[in-house]
Structure formats: structure tokens, C-alpha cells
Design a protein around this ligand. Structure first.
Ligand SMILES: [Zn+2]
Length: 413
């Protein structure tokens, strides 16, 4: 195969990024395009117009995922790309949106060049990735991971049911079960996304090739001691639940060093003390512990190590402890063949990529259940994301989009 080194139409991509950044914006508070909100609906209508204007087929599946399709015949497996347009409240303009717009641009370019394809191309805007109703709804629908129960029970924080929100927008939520795709109908999946972390920016790389998406466990831990008068209870006669929590917090670096890998991270992100008064020794300390790594075995070993440490500290300090598993998500390896194609496409453009893990969850992780999946990262300035401060230099966006274009083309011929 000759190497045509394809280039996207950068001005057109820029115009799309700017246009979509204006949809669902609340002045300087960022974007509000939560799934099936007015902002999300406006973005959906805008995207469908762009798809049709670009001479591509537009298809909306049962989960309200919007597909742009090139050379589609419903028979051959497709090379799929895409990401999401929904946002968290107060979001930046690139999270998800960039992957959708780059996917659209890649299909338009290949169509305009009239390049023959062995596999049709498909770019998807997935529904509710960010989790107004739980998250990853669209990709779970396509990869067949939804059940009628999950759909029926999905609600947002205000108690609005997913089925009600979808009905209001003319969709039947149960149709999401019909969005399922057979594994043999998807040849590969590649998602371009901003990194949402500081690594590429700090280390001066303009492209990241993701080799694995981290898994995690999230616990809610309670240490139970005895609430007592802060003035009259001598230090050696206390059962101070906070002291136990503080010691566990202090153990995190040692546990990661001894039982983790170079990619392990652990966070105590939420703490509550009871009764929570300045003059009362805390009788109960509740905290969340979230730990991530890309290796299943490492994560299992970390779970053991944290359990042992919590139990030892509780015993030594005469505290009781309880813990509840809030969630467990398995890590996912990207397909080595696709990782290699992304590397080659990047180097062919004269750019050296950084191979790295993704610490955040993405639709690609869900799609990996039915197809070979890979991800391309574009740097996030100072690692800022889920905030109006989120941005990436235009040069890096252009490079990333060209990597996506060449990667999709190589996979489709
Ligand atoms: Zn995202």
C-alpha cells in the first residue's frame, strides 16, 4: 500500500470546533449539554445537519447515538470512530466533542478524495457518556451491555427517569436494546480524545497513543470509635476515628510503592467526620478510597494491601471498621495491532508519540468488549478538563486529527 499521508481540512475542523463550542454555553460558566438537555438537543440537530451537508449518511440508532456513515452497505463490517457531545455541567468545549468532530472531518476528507475503501467508515456521537443517567449509555447499547432493568432504573440526580427524558425528545428508551451491534459488524474502533491530564503537555508531546485504560475500585470506608468531649478526654483515653483516617491517608504512598505499579494512583476524595464539631473527638470517620491501575493483578494486590492496612490501623487504634464497595471497573487493554497503526500513522507525519495509559474512562473501553479498540490523545493545556479552562493548542488538534485520519484510512483499506 502506498502511503498517501492524508491531511484534514484544518479550517473546516476549526470552524466546527468553534461552532459546537457555542452550543449549550452559559456565558462564562462553560457548557451545559447534559444528555437530552436543550443544549444536547441543539448539538444533535447541528451535527445531523453537518453530516448531511458533508454528503454522508446519517443514522440515529435506538440509543439515540448519531452515526455518520461513508460507503455504508450494511453488509461489510465498519471501521468505527467517535466519542460524545454530551458534557458535565460547566464543561469545556473539547471533552468528547473533539473526537466527534475529528471523526466527521475524517469521513468528509476521505469522501472528497474518493478513496476506495475495503471497510465502510462510521463516526458515532455516543449518548450520555458523561453520566447524567449513569454514563456510557450509547456505547453500552452498541456493545450489547444494557438490560431492560438498567434502562428502566436509570435516573438523573433530580430523579428524572431516562425513559421519561428520552420520551420527551421523541425516543423510546427500550429501543436502546436494538442498537446492539454484532461483533463481526465492527472491524475496529478508534477514539480521539483530549488527555484530560497534564502528562503530554508537561512532557512536550503533541500526540499520545493509549495502550490501556485504567480500571478502578472505589470504596466507602467507615472507621468507628467513640465521640467524646475534646477538653476532658485525655489523649491516651480516646478512640479518635479521625486519627485512624489520617494514618491511612499517610500510608498511601508506601502502599503504592510496595504493592502498586508506576501507573497506580490512589485518592481519598471525600471525608466526613461525625458528629463534626470542633470540640468533639470524632466518633466516626467516613471516607472514599478510589484506586486505579491498568493491570488487573496490580489492582487486586492494591485492594488486598489497602484492606490489610485499614484493618491493622483500626485494630491498633481500637476502632471498628466497615467498608462498602461502590464500584469496580476492570481495566481494558487497547489492541496491540491498533496501537501499532496509530504509532505508524504518527511517525509518518514526522511526529513522535508518547505511549501512555488513560486514567479516565472512555467509550473506547466499552467498545473494546466487541471489537479491537484504540485511542489517540491530544494534550490538555495544564491538564485542565471538566472546566471552562479546558483547552488544547490548535497545532496539536491539527496533528491529532491528521493521525486519526491516517489511522482510520489504514484500518479501512
Ligand atoms: Zn470525554
Amino acid at each position: 500500500m502506498s502511503d498517501p499521508k492524508l491531511r484534514i481540512n484544518f479550517e473546516r475542523l476549526q470552524a466546527d470546533v468553534d461552532a459546537l463550542a457555542g452550543i449549550g454555553r452559559h456565558e462564562d460558566h462553560g457548557l451545559y449539554r447534559m444528555a437530552f438537555s436543550d443544549g444536547d438537543m441543539a448539538a444533535r440537530a447541528w451535527l445531523q445537519e453537518r453530516i448531511e451537508e458533508g454528503g454522508l449518511d446519517c443514522y440515529v440508532d435506538g440509543a439515540a447515538n448519531i452515526h455518520a456513515r461513508l460507503d455504508w452497505d450494511g453488509e461489510r463490517a465498519s471501521v468505527m470512530t467517535g466519542s460524545h457531545m454530551d458534557t458535565v455541567p460547566g464543561a469545556g468545549h473539547l471533552d468528547g466533542a473533539l473526537g466527534v468532530l475529528v471523526g466527521l472531518e475524517c469521513l468528509r476528507c476521505i469522501r472528497e478524495l474518493g478513496l476506495p475503501l475495503r471497510y465502510p467508515l462510521e463516526s458515532v456521537a455516543f449518548t450520555d457518556e458523561e453520566g447524567r443517567f449513569g454514563g456510557m449509555f450509547g456505547s453500552q447499547a452498541i456493545s450489547g451491555q444494557l438490560t431492560p432493568d438498567v434502562i428502566h432504573n436509570a435516573r438523573d440526580l433530580d430523579g428524572i427517569a431516562l425513559s421519561e427524558a428520552m420520551a420527551r425528545r421523541g425516543h423510546n428508551a427500550m429501543d436502546a436494546l436494538r442498537a446492539r451491534r454484532a461483533p463481526e459488524s465492527v472491524h475496529a474502533f478508534v477514539e480521539l480524545h483530549i488527555e484530560q491530564g497534564p502528562v503530554l503537555d508537561r512532557r512536550g508531546f503533541s500526540v499520545g497513543v493509549v495502550d490501556a485504560i485504567a480500571g478502578l475500585f472505589k470504596w466507602n470506608v467507615s472507621l468507628i470509635g467513640e465521640a467524646n468531649h475534646a477538653g476532658t478526654t485525655p489523649m491516651d483515653m480516646r478512640n479518635d476515628a479521625f486519627q485512624g483516617l489520617a494514618e491511612i491517608g499517610g500510608e498511601i504512598p508506601r502502599i503504592l510503592e510496595e504493592n502498586g505499579g508506576t501507573r497506580s494512583v490512589a485518592t481519598i476524595g471525600r471525608v466526613e467526620l461525625f458528629p463534626g464539631a470542633a470540640n468533639v473527638v470524632p466518633g466516626r470517620a467516613m471516607f472514599t478510597l478510589e484506586v486505579r491501575d491498568t493491570e488487573v493483578e496490580v489492582l487486586a494486590e492494591l485492594a488486598d494491601a489497602f484492606r490489610r492496612a485499614i484493618s491493622a490501623i483500626a485494630r491498633r487504634r481500637d476502632l471498628m471498621f466497615e467498608f462498602e464497595v461502590l464500584s469496580e471497573i476492570e481495566s481494558v487493554k487497547c489492541d496491540p495491532g491498533i496501537v501499532e497503526v496509530i504509532h505508524e500513522s504518527t511517525r509518518a507525519l514526522g511526529v513522535e508519540p508518547l505511549q501512555m495509559p488513560s486514567g479516565a474512562a472512555h467509550d473506547a473501553q466499552i467498545m473494546a468488549a466487541i471489537t479491537r479498540a484504540g485511542m489517540i490523545f491530544v494534550p490538555s493545556k495544564a491538564g485542565r478538563s471538566h472546566s471552562p479552562a479546558e483547552w488544547s493548542p490548535w497545532e496539536d488538534i491539527e496533528t491529532g486529527a491528521n493521525v486519526a485520519l491516517n489511522t482510520l484510512y489504514r484500518l479501512a483499506v
